[in-house]
Design a binder for this molecule. Structure first.
Ligand code: DC
Length: 232
């Protein structure tokens, strides 16, 4: 069963790249960041202070942040406590809250369990920060997708400008560096490249080149696995 783990820092294009790779391979793409964002929203909606680890963990324990995912025409819908929050999780506020509550072991345990449950029954490309190192440690294919902080900030600025929003490069670069520091230096399951992950640095690659490179890695790995199967 196809199982692909993809990790990388914020702004590396994981979500859009993963969407396209999964579509071409005919498997589901599970965006695990969306699940942390959904918990973040449940925390805010419940009026719990995100900085209060005990209160956030207690909310999760009593089932106050039940995350589910569903698929409609191949696109992921993310639900929390039965409400479809696919749009609401994309706000800056939900992202910041996700970044805080994703530091807590109780939150991570709950979501890692859900993520493993999904991969057990479904061919999937899962993207996040700890997929290759924790969630799917045995995944046959692991990709670490990155780009320089400068390039990631440039892409983010372009995106914002396209939406007609004000964007200051220096400020965006500062935010990218701050998010990297937070994701890479937290105590529980920090972002890092798994030893057996293939590094894909998309700084000088187009979208299409990046998608193709990942598909090549997947095909090589699975061809190798099949070859080994036949020999064995
Ligand atoms: O990828 P994103 O921006 O949607 O993720 C939101 C936050 O959740 C981000 O701060 C990192 C965190 N996250 C995580 O800790 N582990 C994952 N597997 C996915 C996301």
């Amino acid at each position: 069963m196809l199982c692909i783990a993809m990790d990388g820092p914020v702004g590396a294009g994981k979500s859009t790249i993963a969407d396209e790779v999964a579509r071409r391979l005919g498997i589901l793409h599970l965006d695990t960041g969306a699940m942390y964002r959904a918990v973040g929203l449940a925390v805010l909606d419940a009026g719990v202070n995100p900085q209060d680890e005990a209160a956030v963990t207690a909310l999760c324990r009593r089932g106050g942040a039940q995350v589910d995912v569903a698929y409609e025409n191949g696109a992921q819908k993310t639900l929390v406590n039965g409400e479809d929050v696919s749009v609401r999780i994309r706000t800056q506020e939900a992202g910041s809250c996700a970044s805080v509550i994703s530091r807590y072991a109780g939150v991570r345990q709950m979501l890692v369990e859900r993520q493993r449950g999904i991969a057990r029954h479904t061919p999937v490309l899962m993207d996040g920060r700890d997929i290759g190192t924790v969630v799917l440690r045995d995944a046959p294919v692991k990709i670490y997708l990155t780009a320089s902080a400068q390039e990631r900030a440039m892409r983010r600025m372009k995106q914002l400008k396209e939406k007609g929003q004000a964007a200051d490069y220096d400020e965006i670069l500062r935010e990218v560096n701050a998010r990297d520091a937070q994701d890479m230096n937290r105590a529980v399951d920090p972002l890092r490249q798994a030893e057996d992950a293939v590094l894909v640095d998309s700084s000088d690659m187009t979208f299409e080149e990046t998608v193709q490179r990942i598909i090549d890695v997947v095909e090589e790995k699975y061809a190798g696995a099949e070859h080994a199967d036949h020999k064995g």
